[in-house]
Design a binder for this molecule. Structure first.
Ligand code: PBG
Length: 323
C-alpha cells in the first residue's frame, strides 16, 4: 500500500459529482486538506451519478438508495479516485464492502428552510394562504407539512437549486422547502426566508454535513482525513445514521431527525410519518454523546414499538406499486 504520510509526493484524487453544490463542497474539503498538508497534491475528478441524469421522475419513485453515490463508490473500488465528498444525507447508511465513512466535517445549519415567491415576502409558513402551492421533492418534508398544514397544495420540484428557484420566481410555486445548508453553501443564504423550527419539520439524517468516503484499507488516507473531522458533528450524525439504518429507510422515506449536544449529552429526536401526514410517530432519547450509535438504535426501537414499521412497510408497498 502506498503511504500518504511518508511519501509526500503522493497525489490524492478526490471524486465529486458535477453539480454546483457538489463542487463547492468538494473544493472546500480540498482547501481544508491542502492547508493542513501543503506537500500533497489533491486533484478533483468529477463524475455523473444516476441521480444527476434522471431529472424528470420524482425522486421517491426512483427510490433507489445510493442514487447520488454509486458511481463515485465504483470509482474508489476501481482506484480511479481515492476518496469522495458527499452531502452526507445522500450517502446510504450501509456502505459497499471495502469502503468506509472516514470523516464527517462541520455541519451547516441542518434545518429545512422556507423560500417564498416575492409576493409572499411578508408571510411565514403559518400565514401563507390556503391553497398555496408548496414545492418539495422530499417525502419527509411532504408528510410533516401535510400533517400540520393540510390546506396547502404540495407539488414535486426537481432540478438543481437554480432551476428550482427559477420555477419559484416564475410563479409555478408560492414557496419551496429547501435545505438551508445548500442555499448557504451556494452563497444564496439571503433566499432563506424562514428556518423551519423542529416542531414543524425535522430535517433529514445527515443534512447539512459532508461525509468523506474512502477505501477501508487506505489507513494513511483515513488518518489524514481525520484532520478535518468535526467530532461533535460526527457524534450527532452517527446517532442519526444509526437510527435510520435500523429503521432501514433511505433518503426518500419520511424519516426526520433533530440532534443537540449539551455538556457531552446527545439528544436525538426522530419522526416517522405516513406520506399523507395522517400517521406520525415521534420520540426523543438522551444519553452520552460517545454512545451515539446506541442512542440511534434505542430511538429506532422506541418508534418501532409505536408503529413505525407498519408506516414504512406501507410506504414501500406503495412505491413498489408505483402509486
Ligand atoms: N437531496 C438533495 C440534496 N442533497 C443535499 C442537499 C442540500 C445540502 C445538505 O443537506 O447537506 C440537497 C438539496 C435539498 O435537500 O434541498
Amino acid at each position: 500500500m502506498t503511504s500518504v504520510v511518508s511519501s509526500a509526493t503522493r497525489t490524492i484524487r478526490i471524486g465529486s459529482r458535477k453539480s454546483q453544490l457538489a463542487l463547492v463542497q468538494t473544493y472546500w474539503v480540498r482547501e481544508q486538506l491542502q492547508s493542513s498538508f501543503p506537500d500533497i497534491t489533491f486533484e478533483v475528478h468529477t463524475m455523473s451519478t444516476q441521480g444527476d441524469k434522471i431529472l424528470d421522475v420524482a425522486l421517491a419513485k426512483i427510490g433507489d438508495k445510493g442514487l447520488f453515490t454509486k458511481e463515485l463508490e465504483l470509482g474508489m473500488i476501481n482506484k480511479e479516485i481515492d476518496f469522495a465528498v458527499h452531502s452526507l444525507k445522500d450517502l446510504p447508511t450501509n456502505l459497499p464492502e471495502g469502503l468506509t465513512l472516514a470523516a464527517i466535517t462541520e455541519r451547516e445549519n441542518p434545518a429545512d428552510a422556507l423560500v417564498v415567491h416575492e409576493k409572499h415576502k411578508d408571510k411565514q409558513i403559518e400565514t401563507l394562504p390556503a391553497g398555496a402551492v408548496i414545492g418539495t421533492s422530499s417525502l419527509r418534508r411532504l408528510a410533516q407539512l401535510r400533517n400540520r398544514f393540510p390546506h396547502f397544495t404540495f407539488k414535486d420540484v426537481r432540478g438543481n437549486l437554480n432551476t428550482r428557484l427559477a420555477k419559484l420566481d416564475a410563479g409555478e410555486y408560492d414557496a419551496l422547502i429547501l435545505a438551508a445548508a445548500g442555499l448557504q453553501r451556494l452563497g444564496m443564504g439571503d433566499r432563506v426566508h424562514q428556518i423551519l423550527p423542529k416542531e414543524i419539520s425535522l430535517h433529514a439524517v445527515g443534512q447539512g454535513a459532508l461525509g468523506i468516503e474512502c477505501r477501508a484499507d487506505d489507513k494513511d488516507l483515513i488518518s489524514l482525513l481525520k484532520a478535518i473531522e468535526h467530532p461533535e458533528t460526527r457524534d450527532r450524525c452517527l446517532a442519526e445514521r444509526s437510527f435510520l439504518r435500523i429503521l432501514e429507510g433511505g433518503c426518500q422515506v419520511p424519516i426526520g431527525v433533530n440532534t443537540e449536544i449539551h455538556d457531552g449529552n446527545l439528544t436525538l429526536t426522530g419522526v416517522v410519518a405516513s406520506v399523507d401526514g395522517q400517521n406520525i410517530v415521534k420520540d426523543t432519547v438522551t444519553g452520552t454523546a460517545s454512545n451515539a450509535e446506541a442512542l440511534g438504535a434505542e430511538l429506532a426501537k422506541l418508534l418501532r414499538e409505536q408503529g413505525a414499521q407498519e408506516i414504512l412497510e406501507q410506504i414501500f408497498a406503495e412505491i413498489q406499486r408505483g402509486s
